[in-house]
Design a protein around this ligand. Structure first.
Ligand code: GUN
Length: 296
């Protein structure tokens, strides 16, 4: 079997096209969706992420603002910025780029963000609502994975989904979303992590295998069964002197070997990564629509 390669860029483009229509409808009512990103310090990866998010906003007519602060900002100063953004009518989404420097307490900052503007879906209110199966702002990468599967008619209902990784950003929320009694869910979910015994045999049970552990090409062909759907969330930089930047991006899956056994597989780059920003835009537009509803 040779897998269908899931085209994250194509699906993300389709989502952006739908959002453009919704943004135009908002603008007719004098509402421009707005996203504010707070970037603390000079971590190169975070700078790239925030720049891409801002560019993606501008391209579809979402107003974007990046607030850059030095790594030695105090917790109080950062909290004041979030408080100010919570109160602003022109800001529908607030994103504090993680990780934050060690002296800042991430949870205290996340808790302060108005849950209605929490377009990352990281606030415990939104995480709790999601867990209980209530509509809410969903965290972007797991939501993007579900939208990718929807687009390729991969219905997880009744399937064995195995998730490698238990992060708060991807593994845990994705497993909970797929577990819900809802459409594009109803899966039987298993979480794996560094203490899982006999990882290989658990992975080989998977109808849908999600790799989100941050280890380059960790999933090898002997770990998957024929016909598996593979979702690769990894974005690992590995040194490559032949590449212009001196590195190349690889996922958590040995793509070339696994594509021969899988029915569907996401590439890196061009798979899940493209969806995260599309879902961030989607959450920002949704938040603006709720504001417009209140303005009516
Ligand atoms: N750091 C890595 N991924 C993310 C993300 O999706 N949102 C935020 N705020 N920080 C991140």
């Amino acid at each position: 079997m040779e897998a269908v390669i899931i085209d994250g860029k194509k699906v993300a483009d389709e989502i952006r096209a739908e959002l453009t229509v919704r943004i135009a409808a908002l603008k007719e009512r004098s509402v421009t969706p707005g996203l504010a990103a707070v970037l603390v310090g000079d971590d190169p990866a975070s700078q790239i992420y925030v720049r891409s998010k801002a560019r993606a906003c501008e391209k579809i007519g979402v107003h974007s603002e990046v607030i850059r602060k030095p790594a030695d900002i105090t917790q109080d100063e950062l909290m004041s910025i979030v408080r100010e953004l919570n109160g602003r009518d022109d800001t529908d989404g607030i994103l504090v780029q993680l990780p934050l420097p060690d002296h800042i307490d991430e949870m205290t900052v996340t808790l302060l963000i108005d849950p209605a503007k929490d377009v990352d879906g990281f606030h415990p209110y939104n995480v709790g609502m999601m867990l209980l199966g209530h509509p809410t702002l969903l965290s972007c990468t797991p939501h993007g994975i579900i939208e990718l599967m929807r687009s390729y008619n991969i219905d997880p209902a009744g399937k064995e989904v195995v998730i490698l990784g238990r992060s708060n950003i991807v593994g845990k929320p994705l497993g909970v979303m797929l577990l819900q009694k809802a459409e594009m869910a109803n899966a039987t979910v298993t979480f794996c992590h560094s203490r899982t015994t006999d990882l290989k045999s658990v992975c080989r049970r998977a109808d849908i295998l999600v790799a989100a552990i941050g280890q380059p090409e960790f999933v090898t062909a002997d770990m998957v069964k024929d016909g598996v759907v593979i979702i690769d969330v990894g974005q690992n930089r590995i040194e490559d002197e032949t590449a212009q930047k001196g590195y190349r991006l690889v996922g958590d899956v040995d793509f070339e070997a696994c594509r021969k056994k899988a029915s569907y597989i996401t590439p890196v780059p061009g798979g899940v990564g493209k969806m995260t920003i599309a879902m961030l835009l989607s959450n920002t537009v949704l938040s603006a629509e709720r504001r417009a509803g209140h303005l009516r």
